[in-house]
Design a protein around this ligand. Sequence first.
Ligand SMILES: Nc1nc2c(ncn2[C@@H]2O[C@H](COP(=O)(O)OP(=O)(O)OP(=O)(O)O)[C@@H](O)[C@H]2O)c(=O)[nH]1
Ligand SMILES: [Mg+2]
Length: 366
Amino acid sequence: MSIGIGGAGSKLASLLGPEKATIVNVSQSELDKTEARNKILAVAHSSRGKFQGAGKNPEVGRTAFVSISEAIYELIKGEIVFTSTGGGTGNGIVSVLLNKIAGEPSISLNDKTLFAFILPYVELESAEFVENTVAFLMGPVSQAIDSGNTGNMILFSNKLKFEGRIAEYDYNTMLASGLNNFLSIPRKGDEMELLDGHVDHEDFRVYLSKPYFNHFCQFEYTPNRPFADLLKESCNQTLLPPEQPIEAMFLLEVPDRDMTSCFYNILDYFAADHVKPAYGVVLNPTLKKPVLTLSLLYSRKPKELVDDFCNMVERMTQKRLKKTINQFIQLEEHHINVEEAVRKIESEDESSRSVLEVLGRLKKLR
Ligand SMILES: Nc1nc2c(ncn2[C@@H]2O[C@H](COP(=O)(O)OP(=O)(O)OP(=O)(O)O)[C@@H](O)[C@H]2O)c(=O)[nH]1
Ligand SMILES: [Mg+2]
């Protein structure tokens, strides 16, 4: 089951499978727009009456959490939670959830929650989205990671959406299908003929329960090319780029059993970094070339993520500032009587007398 909180979170949870999705919002009209099996209205009252949205204010989301507290906390156990980090509803409600999780003495493996966050694109999205994201990463995300009580965290980025000018629905479909490819690993391991290794549902569950960032990707695997090059070219553009992996998992689908042993190249690549991936190699006769579905777990301090964000914000601010100066600052015209100005300097400073003499000679020359 997936739980989508706020606008973006709900749309993604629904795309992953509306029949298994629960969506949460403070706005009934937002809930009505998205297909899902279960819809929860969180209530946040103001002096103006019910909110139509949190208006980018996470405090509204945090307040609304009280109305759904127990139900939602039970619901997310062992499931995937989607939210954007920039809006008010998703950020506010998930902040409280993460704080609650971080405050638990421990959480059993099967109850750990996977979190998928959608980060804004700093260059083109509003400053509030970026500020909310920074506070979210530095506070609740940081504490939840330190507690070790969450499952994997997935960091989707809207960078490619904006740079590639991709329509929202199409981009969401890309995010959901990338995640689906990764989540299909144990099912494919079950359904297809296993040629080497082994990744079953239990191994997969254990992998998902680790409190690290998860970068997953899928690409055609060309065994005779250096794996480092392939990986560099094929990493998932809808996610933040990965750091050095701590753990890895892959499923290699080959069209022909003669190709089975090409997976050793992948093991060699990871062995250089002392990483021993969990893996499975399966036969998929419908393919023309081998296809690799790979996941890397890496650790990153939220502060470093925020530093990246802040650097981008700073670059943007400098660019804007330069543009503003060029556009709006007009230099005032000053009329200066040179002789008077020099005389003034001369009265303040002995060494300037020669300047006046030079000017005098120049006048004679004219
Ligand atoms: N990829 C993607 N990003 C989205 C989508 N909808 C919103 N966003 C991003 O999510 C952030 C805004 O968050 P929303 O999820 O709309 O906000 P919310 O949690 O509903 O909170 P409020 O609307 O403030 O009540 C911005 O960074 C948007 O670019 C979507 O459908 N797909
Ligand atoms: Mg909204």
